[in-house]
Structure formats: structure tokens, C-alpha cells
Design a protein around this ligand. Structure first.
Ligand SMILES: *Cc1c(COP(=O)(O)O)cnc(C)c1O
Length: 377
């Protein structure tokens, strides 16, 4: 047992109390609408929490065979999969362990439908592209952008295709509120409405920021009910972020402080290795007790112990001077963090701990030199 300030660093800490708060909100959406909510494992795959998650929501969704296996083994509830293209050698096992298999193209569907039929239970779905962009900020997360490979456009959809599948799937949102879902649904209805009447289910993907403070849950509920009642559909949602939003930390220690047009902290965690979305998205992760540059008396640039010059997290200010050996706590670090770590530059992987509601932490995973070596040859 550790307190959070005693954990060896770097360390991800999963906040179980916060996770459960999120799950209660999602559970209420299920209860009030009959929609089923699945964890998108791409965002958060901490399977030691799957028994807890499975108490509140209906199952898991996967991006391929490995995530599908993990969901089946560790949660064992409804298990779905979508991939832009499946590999032939994975299909038989997917058909055994998944309830829904969602295809991205007519060719993929027709190629693998016989495997699904032979397996017995897995239902086929198709991903559609409603060609309705509702986000400006993050072009790399916009599957409706021109030239997108994600989903079939209405101009390529046919009655014959509709007869081959059990349901449709779209995923177009990213960290968005239910007003953007409403806009998207108008496009989906306008372009695919006549085929929706033939379907058993509609999967509305992820990107619904349901557990964020300002999220309009009532509007989400009316969207779900509208689709359910108009077309007689079972509705699915597959959020990743909303499940584990604000439910984790990355605890790091200051290794050195150098000077170049201001003070620079060198931390024992890395944006490139441990928080790659900071560079990829990019964004400035929240840091406990800090302010914007200049907001508090002491401003520092936070950087990392890799050899990548651009491995810089951002500028933050503090109430007091930072010293070598101090600990910093990055917040909202459960999502798209542990699933994305790498050992670039031979940087150690952060260990993983779980904090219970009383604030006691237990270490659930530690990594070492072997984890670095085993991925190479
Ligand atoms: C990434 C993804 C999700 C989860 O998205 P969040 O933004 O984490 O909620 C759900 N479905 C599909 C198909 C995805 O690619």
C-alpha cells in the first residue's frame, strides 16, 4: 500500500472512485433509454478494472483481434469489433468471440460473410460515413473529412447491401457534446434513413463526452429515443474517453532544472513515450496545482528525459519554486495514455497503480529492462 506521493515514478495511477462515478452516469443512460454502452478499449484497456466496468455497462468494443480477445477474456460481456480491414487469419477467431463484426467496405463484408455464417452467432454490420463534419479542432480525428477511408458513403450504399447486414455503425465525434450528435443524426437520417428501417441496431460510435461536466445528457437521451422509436432500433454507444475521463494521473519527478530563456524542468516521464497525444493531438495536459505561464509567480517549461528536442509538454506556472526531486501530477491520464506508451529511447515504461476511494494506492504492474528488450531483436 502506498499513498500517491510515495509511489515510485514515473507511474500511472487509476482513480477508481472517479472511474466509478463515470460508470454510474453511463449506467443511468442505459437504464433510461435501453441503449447499450460498450467500452472502446482503444482508449482504455486496463483490464484489472474490467470487472468493475462490467457491473455498470454492457460490454466492450475492439479494433481488432487482440482487443477483442482481451474484452472476451477479461469482461466477458457483449463484445464488438470494427476494423478498417480485417486480416484473413484473424476472421475465424473473431467470428467466435464477437457478437457484432462491423465492416468498413462492401468488399470486406462480402469476403468474410461466409465465415460469419459458418460461425453461427456473430452479426454483421457496416460502417457508414454520413459526410457530416461537426468538429474543427482536430482534423486527424475527423472520419468525415474529404478523402476519408472510414465508412461507406450514401452514394455507394445500396438496397442489396442493406439486406446483407444486421445493423449500421457510424463514428464521427471526438470529445463532443450531444448537440453535435443531433446534427450528425440529421445527416444519418437524411442519407441512410430508408435503410435504417431494415436494421436491427444502430451503433453511434464513440466521442460522446457524456461524463464531462457540461455534457447535455437530456439531449443525448432524446436523440437515442428518437432513433429507437422512429426506426425500431437497438442503440449502441461505444465511448472510450467518457468511461475513464479524469480518472487517472501520471506521477513524475523532476530530475534536473536547466536554463535557456527561462527555467526548464526535465522530468522522468516523456510526452513522446508516455503521453504521445500531447504531441500528436496536440494538447496541454492538466497539471495539479499549476497555472498558465505567468499566472502564478514561478513559470517553467516542462520537458522530458528523452533525446528528442521537441519532447516538451508545455509551460506551466506554480505558487512556489520547483526543486529537483519534487513530484508533479499530470491529470486526466487514464485515457489514450497507457494504451499508447512505447519504449522509444529506452525510456522506462511508467508502472501502473490503482487508487481506491480512500486514497490508498496499490501497484498492479511494474515494467523493467526486459519489457524494452523483448520488443526488439
Ligand atoms: C476511437 C473510437 C471509439 C472511442 O472514441 P472516444 O473518443 O474515446 O470516445 C469508438 N468507436 C470507434 C470506431 C473508434 O474508432
Amino acid at each position: 500500500m502506498y499513498k500517491i506521493n510515495e509511489l515510485p515514478t514515473p507511474c500511472f495511477v487509476i482513480d477508481e472512485g472517479k472511474l466509478e462515478e463515470n460508470l454510474k452516469i453511463l449506467h443511468q443512460v442505459e437504464e433510461r433509454t435501453g441503449a447499450k454502452i460498450l467500452l472502446a478499449q482503444k482508449c482504455f484497456s486496463c483490464f484489472s478494472e474490467y470487472p468493475l466496468i462490467g457491473k455498470y455497462i454492457s460490454g466492450t468494443t475492439a479494433s481488432g483481434l487482440y482487443e477483442a480477445r482481451l474484452g472476451k477474456e477479461e469482461m466477458g460481456l457483449e463484445n464488438h469489433v470494427y476494423s478498417p480491414a480485417y486480416r484473413p487469419q484473424d476472421m475465424e477467431e473473431l467470428a467466435q468471440i464477437c457478437d457484432h463484426i462491423i465492416f468498413n467496405s462492401e468488399k470486406q463484408l462480402r469476403t468474410y460473410l461466409p465465415v460469419l455464417k459458418a460461425s453461427g452467432t456473430a452479426k454483421a454490420g457496416l460502417r457508414i460515413n454520413p459526410e457530416c463534419s461537426t468538429q474543427e479542432g482536430h482534423a486527424i480525428y475527423d472520419p468525415c473529412a474529404p478523402g476519408s477511408r472510414m465508412g461507406i458513403r450514401a452514394c455507394d450504399f445500396t438496397d442489396e447491401l442493406a439486406d446483407l447486414v444486421d445493423g449500421l455503425h457510424f463514428h464521427t465525434l471526438c470529445e463532443q457534446n450531444s448537440d453535435d450528435l443531433e446534427t450528425t443524426l440529421r445527416a444519418v437520417e437524411e442519407k441512410f434513413g430508408k435503410w435504417l428501417f431494415k436494421m436491427n441496431w444502430l451503433n453511434m460510435g464513440g466521442g460522446h463526452h457524456i461524463t464531462r461536466e457540461d455534457y447535455d445528457i437530456e439531449r443525448l437521451i432524446s436523440c437515442i429515443n428518437h432513433m429507437k422509436e422512429t426506426y425500431g432500433l437497438q442503440i449502441y454507444l461505444e465511448p472510450g474517453e467518457a468511461v475513464a475521463l479524469n480518472a487517472g494521473y501520471n506521477v513524475t519527478e523532476v530530475l534536473d532544472i536547466v536554463e535557456n530563456n527561462g527555467k526548464i524542468l526535465i522530468l522522468d516521464t516523456s510526452a513522446a513515450c508516455h503521453m504521445p497525444d500531447v504531441l500528436e493531438m496536440p494538447y496541454r495536459p492538466p497539471l495539479k496545482g499549476s497555472g498558465l505561464p505567468g499566472e502564478k509567480p514561478y513559470t517553467y517549461r516542462l520537458s522530458c528525459n528523452t533525446c528528442l528536442a521537441g519532447d516538451v509538454i508545455g509551460e506551466y506556472s506554480f505558487d512556489s519554486q520547483i526543486r529537483i526531486g519534487d513530484r508533479l501530477y499530470f491529470e486526466d491520464m487514464a485515457i489514450y495514455s497507457m494504451v499508447k506508451t512505447n519504449t522509444f529511447n529506452g525510456i522506462p515504461l511508467p508502472s501502473i497503480a490503482v487508487m481506491d476511494k480512500a486514497g490508498n494506492c496499490r501497484m498492479i504492474k511494474e515494467f523493467g529492462y526486459e519489457d524494452f528488450k523483448n520488443r526488439l531483436s
